[in-house]
Design a protein around this ligand. Structure first.
Ligand SMILES: [Fe+2]
Length: 363
């Protein structure tokens, strides 16, 4: 067996219904005379009062930014947000950056925390090991489970000008502390819960079916897939409290195994980059036409979808222009590392332009 990459995980986590109450103490413990104020990025779903309100532990001199998650994070938006934070905090950096939300918000907080200690713009750091300085201390609080963003070493950003969806893959991107409170996911709409939750299933089977393997990641993937089966095919409703906790654990464990995706994520990335489809839904559309490559997992996914009464949009890539199909092909095939993992070095022959375009048309 080959030696694995030297791997960093999230150093601290807390799990359980009500864990969110610990956030105030965690933020306050970071405050100091040099850095008295904190920075919060919060999903816009939690803005204002009503049922969605969250008791944020923010003080008057903190910066709270509600993040619009209708679009996935873009490099331009990260530059705007980091510019705003630099102007607000001046020479003093925030004592910590807290991200509260789904994958988009968690990734936004990670990207800004990197840019607060590293010069330049977000697109300068899209790639592997490009971040040079330790980020501002980060706390992640997922309110949606499945992306694994709470424990991954990346923050996925879209650069529409380059047709590129790629994160800042770095040990500095990893959260310093995460708070896993399943109660925060009670208000997630049913379809969104499913589309996001199965992202974990996809990360894990793409890893297990690939050629880049290691024993620990394989075991983590097996465990996370088992939890996904419990949630989506077990006896209870997928959103009962027991399953909310299982889904949160699956996302965390699956996130640690999520480095090596396969054929689903490149096609999904093309759907997001070219057609602006959200990540979870794009994954599902991609897997729905990949029965030839992943027969077992495709069948399992279709069963999960049917069992939970989930509708997937169809015909999303029919009757597009030739330029659009070309853009979808290019935005898929650019992902050399995962496609090689799934299909080997001849991936461009196996996934020819004609075959890929036919797959898009079949969605
Ligand atoms: Fe994913």
């Amino acid at each position: 067996m080959t030696v694995t990459r030297n791997t960093k995980n999230v150093p601290y986590y807390q799990l359980g219904f009500g864990a969110f109450a610990s956030l105030e103490g965690m933020v306050d413990a970071r405050r100091s005379p040099d850095s008295p104020s904190a920075l919060f990025y919060v999903d816009h779903f939690f803005r204002g009062g009503g049922k969605a309100a969250l008791p944020l532990p923010a003080r008057g001199d903190d910066l709270v930014v509600f993040v619009d998650t209708t679009q996935e994070p873009t490099v331009e938006n990260i530059d705007l947000l980091s510019g705003e934070a630099k102007a607000f905090f001046g020479a003093k950096k925030p004592c910590c950056v807290t991200g509260i939300g789904g994958g988009s918000v968690l990734d936004t907080a990670k990207a800004v925390a990197n840019l607060l200690t590293n010069p330049g713009r977000a697109r300068d750091y899209q790639g592997w090991e490009l971040v040079k300085n330790t980020a501002v201390y980060k706390i992640g609080v997922p309110t949606l489970a499945g992306t694994g963003a709470e424990c991954s070493r990346t923050c996925v950003l879209v650069d529409y000008s380059r047709g590129l969806k790629l994160g800042m893959n770095s040990d500095f991107t990893v959260y310093d502390q995460i708070l896993l409170d399943p109660a925060l996911t009670r208000s997630v709409p049913r379809n969104q819960f499913f589309f996001t939750g199965v992202d974990t299933f996809m990360h894990c089977f793409e890893s297990l079916r690939g050629s880049y393997r290691n024993v620990i990641v394989d075991r983590l993937s097996d465990t996370a897939i088992g939890l996904c089966r419990d949630v989506f095919l077990g006896p209870g409703d997928m959103q009962c409290d027991d399953n909310l906790e299982k889904m949160m654990v699956a996302s965390y464990i699956g996130g640690m195994a999520a480095g090596n995706t396969g054929a689903v994520h490149p096609i999904s990335a093309a759907l997001s980059t070219v057609l602006h489809l959200p990540h979870g839904k794009a994954n599902c559309c991609a897997l729905s036409v990949l029965g030839d490559i992943y027969p077992e997992e495709h069948a399992l996914f279709m069963e999960m979808k049917a069992d939970n009464g989930i509708d997937l949009p169809s015909g999303i890539c029919r009757n597009l222009s030739d330029d659009c199909y070309e853009a979808l092909y290019q935005a898929s095939i650019i992902h050399e590392k995962p496609l090689t993992n799934a299909l080997g070095p001849d991936y461009k022959t196996i996934l020819s332009k004609d075959r890929l375009i036919a797959l898009f048309k079949a969605m």
